[in-house]
Unconditional design. Structure first.
Length: 277
């Protein structure tokens, strides 16, 4: 990256620093992770997601390359553990242009929404400001209100013309949706941590029925795999680590208990068919 690109990237991060906390992404090693008996939280134990009240500075994002904008958006989504899956789902849902009420309804229906700590509109606005979704003005007939249609109209006439807003994921957002798909994240997890492959698969299968953390802890506690690749003087890996990693990969979610996601079920079915072949 050239020096000017570095400056532009830093300016974009500085301009949007209030948008997300500095939490770890999903790709770290098992070693050093701490588990918990519930969904991920921000560093202070609460939701740290913030959205600036100022209009997004599109000129800053425009100064970034396509690859830099992808990295910027992905980083914004990953660094918000309480809202990460909702933000991903909003990007995926809006690949087809959607009206605001439909997006808000989808977000509110997500099992992760109960612990998100923000309104549906707040979460949608986050991914808009992070550069992944475009906003369009729509008239009563559902047609886009373009700049050409606004030409020569007064502000009041434009206000009367615009009846609602629609949201559509752009190419930046589509790329992040593909990169962050739960299937890709789970496969990556299994590939980079082969020593725990069987354990991850067993936990996914165990959570086809909703389970408490205590039940998962009982399932794994004391197993030799918790010492895999570790020095004898080290403490065993805590069972909660496997929950943390699978949740971050989009394989399980918390809904008054831990349960496998639809994507987790699909991966399980694929692996089971492969083993039977």
């Amino acid at each position: 990256m050239e020096k000017n690109d570095d400056v532009a990237a830093k300016a974009a991060d500085d301009a949007m620093s209030s948008l997300f906390p500095q939490n770890e992404a999903f790709g770290e090693s098992v070693d050093g992770l701490e588990g918990n008996d519930g969904p991920d939280e921000g560093e202070d134990g609460s939701s740290a997601l913030e959205v600036s009240e100022r209009p997004v500075n599109t000129s800053v994002l425009d100064a970034m390359s396509f690859e830099e904008r992808i990295e910027h958006l992905a980083r914004a989504v990953k660094r918000n553990p309480l809202q990460r899956e909702i933000l991903y789902k909003a990007l995926k849902f809006c690949i087809t242009r959607r009206l605001l009420p439909d997006v808000e309804e989808m977000i509110a229906s997500c099992p992760e929404f109960e612990g998100a700590g923000q309104s549906p509109f707040f979460l949608l606005r986050f991914v808009v400001q992070a550069g992944g979704i475009e906003v369009f003005e729509i008239d009563e007939e559902g047609e886009e209100v373009t700049d050409d249609r606004k030409a020569g109209l007064s502000e009041d006439e434009i206000d009367d013309l615009v009846a609602q807003y629609a949201y559509e994921t752009n190419d930046i957002g589509k790329t992040v949706v593909e990169q962050m798909s739960p299937k890709n994240r789970m496969i990556e997890l299994l590939e980079i941590e082969p020593a725990y492959y069987d354990t991850y698969i067993e936990v996914l299968g165990f959570l086809e029925e909703k389970q408490s953390f205590a039940a998962i802890d009982t399932l794994l506690r004391g197993r030799e795999v918790l010492m895999a690749n570790r020095d004898p003087s080290d403490r065993p890996i805590q069972p909660s680590v496997f929950i943390d990693k699978l949740e971050r990969a989009g394989g399980i979610y918390w809904e008054k208990g831990w349960v496998v996601t639809e994507e987790g079920k699909e991966l399980l079915e694929t692996l089971r068919e492969r083993n039977q072949a």
